[in-house]
Design a protein around this ligand. Structure first.
Ligand code: NDP
Ligand code: HSE
Length: 426
């Protein structure tokens, strides 16, 4: 089987290395030899690791995809990755990609092209790097009903929040350290603003709920506004603060539909996801019959991601030898996205309050007027006459919470709404 690798950066170079180092084993597992026929790059003269065969480098990816049985797309971004993947599928090649941005925006088109051509589209590396959660949802759990997916799916932001939590440093310093260690890109926007996690959330939700979810369906808040003080406050209240991707079937309120979001979220310190440190990823899946499952491991980096890519390459190659196909896209359930009125969420609100009689009653009154039940309230020491109040509510609709927060901000005794954060895992 002729294998073309498009992109020879962090991940592509490791795929080339492992293909060459483990070629014999991979051939035995796939049922036939895997021959690397070309490596497409943007700049053929740029320095490459020593194991990359320079004679196979090309800047003509469009021609390369026509000469391959399995095309591995590791360029990233939408174009030219989309056009190249579609051309490969239309030409009868199987496509393996780690490109979550592409999948989260163009899944229907790519799956349609694979189905029309009778070939495979695999994308294990697109979510949580080496962690086999795509396979788990796409195949292992196809017999169950998933109710909730909670994931730490971005290593860069988990590393940054962890640095802030353990070393008490600010966001900028933690980001600089993430860049120094090679976790964060020179332009870390997609990671810190949550777009990378949102793309992964869309892919996970699509698989979990047999419903097409695109990145545009995922409300997203990144971690730029999180302070070391927020994290310390959360910890004092018994919570970890994590950038969490949450996808849930809306059974709680009786509404039929799903909700998906990415936001800095509080988790009890006893929750398994609270123990996910550094650049690691983890996804918790809850399903009707299976109960709670957890998938954990390295979500980024060349070799871990290449491991997931090569698993897909072996599967796609084996199908070409023995017959069979990857599962088709499953969107039969077509569950609607729940509106903010239908989406229930537990919320922590932090307020700065005038430290005087009647203030607490006024705040509690706002909650009561909006039909939101308070689960706990904790007041910290006052400074300069401003007391800090942290309130956690029982599940209430996102819309009711938004209205209550607007009213709280307008209360004369409320000097500041410091943060509004979802709480999961209780
Ligand atoms: P890099 O930026 O390190 O590498 C991109 C590669 O694509 C480079 O070799 C570049 O060539 C090549 N390239 C860019 N444009 C073109 C083009 N027009 N034609 C041919 N080649 C081109 O990316 P990564 O390896 O980090 O990521 C690749 C994919 O894997 C992305 O979709 C990413 O989201 C995904 N992924 C990455 C992970 C990671 O930890 N890095 C983890 C999980 C998924 P040149 O070298 O000449 O510039
Ligand atoms: N930038 C991503 C992360 C790696 O930090 O997790 C690729 O998914």
């Amino acid at each position: 089987m002729r294998v073309a690798v498009l992109g020879c950066g962090t991940v592509g170079a490791q795929v080339v290395r492992l293909l060459r180092e483990h070629g014999t084993d991979l051939a035995a597992r796939a049922g036939g030899p895997l021959q690397l026929v070309g490596v497409a790059v943007r700049d053929a003269a740029a320095p490459r690791p020593p194991w990359v065969p320079t004679e196979l480098l090309t800047t003509d990816a469009a021609t390369l995809v026509r000469r391959a049985d399995v095309v591995v797309e590791l360029i990233g971004g939408i174009e030219p990755a989309r056009t190249l993947a579609l051309a490969a599928l239309a030409g009868g090649a199987s496509v393996v990609t780690g490109n979550k941005a592409l999948l989260a925006a163009h899944a229907a088109e790519l799956h349609g092209a694979a189905a029309a051509a009778g070939t495979d589209l695999y994308y294990e590396a697109a979510v949580a790097g080496a962690v086999p959660v795509v396979y788990a949802l796409r195949e292992s759990m196809a017999g169950d009903n998933v109710t909730t997916v909670l994931g730490i799916v971005n290593g860069t932001t988990n590393f940054i929040l962890d640095e802030m939590a353990t070393r008490g440093v600010g966001f900028e310093e933690a980001l600089a350290r993430a860049q120094e260690l090679g976790y964060a890109e020179a332009d870390p926007t997609a990671d810190v603003d949550g777009h990378d996690a949102a793309a992964k959330a869309a892919i996970l939700a699509s698989l979990a709920f047999h419903t097409r979810v695109s990145i545009d369906d995922v409300p997203v808040e990144g971690i730029r506004a999180v302070t070391a003080e927020d994290i310390a406050d959360a910890r004092a209240a018994g919570y970890a603060l994590k950038l969490l991707a949450v996808a849930r079937r809306g059974t709680d309120g009786g509404a039929r539909g799903i909700s998906v979001r990415v936001a800095p979220t509080l988790l009890p310190l006893t929750h398994p996801l609270a123990a996910v440190h550094g650049a690691f990823n983890a996804v918790v899946v809850e399903a009707a019959a299976a109960g709670r499952l957890m998938f954990y491991g390295q979500g980024a980096g060349g070799a871990p991601t290449a491991s997931a890519v090569l698993g897909d390459v072996v599967a796609a190659a084996a199908h070409r030898v023995h017959g069979g196909n990857a599962p088709r896209e499953s969107t039969y359930a077509e569950l609607p996205l729940l509106s903010p009125e239908q989406t229930l969420v537990r919320t922590q609100v932090q307020l700065g309050l005038a430290d005087r009689p009647g203030t607490l009653a006024a705040v509690a009154g706002v909650y009561g007027r909006h039909g939101i039940s308070i689960a706990s309230a904790r007041q910290g020491a006052a400074a300069d006459g401003t007391a800090r109040l942290t309130i956690v509510s029982h599940p209430a609709s996102e819309a009711a919470v938004a209205r209550a927060v607007a009213d709280l901000a307008a209360e004369p005794s409320v000097r500041e709404v410091r943060s509004v954060r979802p709480v999961e895992g209780e």
